[in-house]
Design a protein around this ligand. Structure first.
Ligand SMILES: [Mg+2]
Length: 247
């Protein structure tokens, strides 16, 4: 492919080798012996921060105004258009690229132009839960790495994650396309889906990852149903889910 995937696979926090220490070296360390997962992919929007913050709602409003103002599409037609693209192309962005030749960087820059500190506050319990896992943690998002990095900074979580796999890194795909998960695993240097875990708030996304062999956690739900292996509504539940599965 012509583009450089690595430009979007931003490394954050402390520098560590991308894959040389994984997965066997880490699994042999005593603190991590019972954990069978090497790699946990975290969704960003409406997962890493709660939907009650209103941030994702604000981003979606920005998407609507982009479509209205930049593309001249009348307001009443926008919800159905976005629903159609979400179903057919995975995200509004991929639909706009395919059908309206929208530039992803222009769109993503516009929709994420929001004052994050007005929406997000750090959650020490969430941070402690993530740090206790002993796994490699990556962000896997249909947003771009710039937005993800700003969210992590506002949540004081940047050092909890080794890397961000963003929508540009898996282009031309996006979640929930199976190819996007395969590319994310490749970028993470983990070829075995059975050692990967995904936490995401969308059942259609956990469902596809599950079918590929990931252990999946549906965020914000009481029960996983048929779409995931586990469900959680509090970050304090995460260490138990990981360690029970790993034991
Ligand atoms: Mg989400």
């Amino acid at each position: 492919m012509a583009y450089d995937r690595n430009h979007s696979h931003q490394r954050i926090g402390h520098e560590r080798p991308a894959s040389a220490d994984l997965p066997h070296d880490r699994s042999s360390r005593s603190y991590n012996r019972r954990v069978q997962f090497s790699t946990v992919f975290f969704d960003l929007d409406d997962t890493l921060y709660p939907s009650s913050t209103g941030l994702w709602l604000a981003i979606k409003e920005r998407m609507n105004s982009y479509i209205r103002e930049r593309l001249g599409i009348p307001e009443p037609e926008i919800p159905a258009l976005r629903e159609k693209y979400f179903k057919e192309y995975g995200t509004t962005l991929r639909g706009l690229e395919a059908r309206h030749s929208v530039d992803p960087a222009d769109f993503l820059g516009y929709v994420h132009d929001l004052p994050l500190d007005k929406y997000l506050t750090p959650d020490p319990a969430q941070r402690a839960a993530i740090l206790s896992l002993g796994t490699r943690n990556l962000i896997f998002t249909n947003a771009d790495a710039g937005h993800a990095g700003r969210v992590l900074a506002a949540m004081e979580l940047a050092d909890c994650f080794e890397a961000i796999v963003d929508v540009n890194a898996v282009a031309p795909y996006c979640k929930p396309m199976p190819e996007s998960f395969q590319l994310a695993m490749q970028l993470a240097g983990e070829p075995d889906a059975g050692r990967c875990m995904l936490i995401d708030d969308l059942p259609r996304t956990t469902s596809v990852a599950r079918s590929l062999g990931f252990f999946t956690v549906l965020w914000g739900a009481d029960h996983p149903g048929d779409d995931a292996d586990a469900a959680m509504k509090s970050w304090q539940e995460l260490p138990r889910i990981v360690h029970e599965r790993g034991g």
